[in-house]
Design a protein. Sequence first.
Length: 99
Amino acid sequence: MSNDINVVALVRGEEQYIFMFDEANRTETLRMLGRYAADPQLSFTWYDAAVLSQKVRELLPAKKVEGAIKSSGASIPAPAATVESQLPFSKPSPRFRLS
């Protein structure tokens, strides 16, 4: 497993949502995006979660994670569909900047 730290961020005016993750906590990061979107006290939307989830998957493809998990003896099921096939858009909204 790599020790690389990946970062995805959403900056909207004064608000900044920054997520740092590595191979070991990729799945937890994806879950956290959903929890933030479900929190009515945050301005973080389901659209934001979808776009950042796609970025997380691009930075650390599932095959790389699956290979790391299989080498540890665990197994994971194959994903049923990709984010791109589930989302009706192809580019993030211009209302925020991803870094």
